[in-house]
Design a protein around this ligand. Structure first.
Ligand code: FES
Length: 329
């Protein structure tokens, strides 16, 4: 039976290749090498792994290999700032090992118009943008890719990018070489372009403000946060929680959300389940409509103008500013 995107299923690790100082590239396929669901650039999968305490956790990885093959490729960074899931995978994965995965899911899709695109990656944020660059090159669309990293040794896919078919459109910057100021990568020629950026939060903030200074419209900016930053943001926000009430549109039922529970958990206790994936506010899986009240947005998935509309929120990590939220459930 073909799995749906909400089911976990097993893949076998066909190849493990180490790149840079702390990145493992995994190619995973079905044990019988039969096909996998199709995916589009920007898609990610969920992977079951373990955190530092041995507890099972789910982590998200962007797909970045060739399309239409019988394997999925992800890049796993042994990130010491994270909560351990990726480090466990990095340290323990071997060829032939089974990995439990779910997906693909895509909240970071390429636009369909013919405007040029500026792709800006910080560190391991290269993975979704690499898949996008491959697709844009195939389609003959106008784009360039800026790739920022701490050092040349920490960059994944370096050879592929430097000798690949669109090498002329790739610009690299290393902090320990001759770093390029982020502010200098845009010009007013980019005012009609799309911006797609992925990396740590601080990095993306400077990319977005540099793009805004060159008149790129916020409505054409898309960003995807690097996972460990999302985890840190969620942990910090959890220390200032307070209780509030959510009301379900369909039944009028009121459910208390205590300070020490998420909306998703409070709803689950009341028999209402919401699909979650990243649990950190960056994948958009739990996005839920809000009909009344003001959410306390703590996600990195929605654009600022989407958050300002207050007509949706991410109940796994976001809460409420108002005493009550009426949800479209
Ligand atoms: S579960 Fe990822 S944003 Fe809610």
């Amino acid at each position: 039976m073909t799995p749906t995107s909400s089911d976990f299923f097993d893949l076998a690790v066909a190849r493990v290749r180490h790149e840079a100082s702390s990145i493992a590239i995994l190619d995973m396929q079905r044990a019988d090498a039969s096909g996998l669901p199709a995916w589009q650039p920007g898609a990610h999968i969920d992977v079951r792994t373990q955190d530092a305490s041995g507890k099972e956790v789910v982590r998200q990885y962007s797909l970045c290999g060739p399309q239409g093959e019988d394997f999925w490729r992800i890049a796993v960074l042994a990130d010491t700032r994270g909560r351990g899931g990726s480090i466990h995978l990095f340290q323990t994965v071997t060829q032939g090992q089974k990995v439990s995965v779910r997906g693909p899911r895509n909240h970071f899709e390429l636009p369909n118009d013919d405007r040029p695109l500026v792709l800006v990656a910080g560190g391991i944020g290269i993975t979704p943008l690499l898949a996008m660059a491959d697709r844009l090159h195939e389609q003959g669309r106008r784009f360039r890719l800026h790739y920022f990293a701490r050092s040349r040794h920490s960059m994944a896919f370096l050879d592929q990018l430097m000798s690949g078919p669109y090498q002329e459109q790739v610009r690299m910057s290393f902090d320990d070489g001759h770093p390029t100021p982020v502010e200098s990568i845009f010009s007013h020629d980019d005012s009609e372009s799309w911006l797609y950026t992925c990396g740590p939060e601080g990095f993306m903030k400077s990319v977005v403000s540099a793009a805004q200074a060159s008149a790129v419209s916020p409505s054409r900016m898309r960003k995807e946060l690097f996972t460990s930053d999302a985890a840190a943001a969620a942990d910090t926000a959890a220390s200032c929680n307070r209780a509030f009430t959510v009301v379900l549109r369909s039944s009028g039922k009121a459910i208390e959300v205590p300070a020490d529970k998420t909306v998703v958990h409070a709803l689950s206790d009341a028999g209402v389940s919401i699909v979650v994936s990243c649990e950190q506010g960056h994948c958009g899986s739990c996005l839920t409509g809000v009909l009344e009240g003001i959410p306390d947005h703590r996600d990195q998935f929605m654009l600022p103008e989407e958050q300002e509309r207050n007509d949706a929120f991410t109940p796994r990590c976001s809460r409420a500013v108002s005493e009550t939220l009426v949800l479209d459930l």
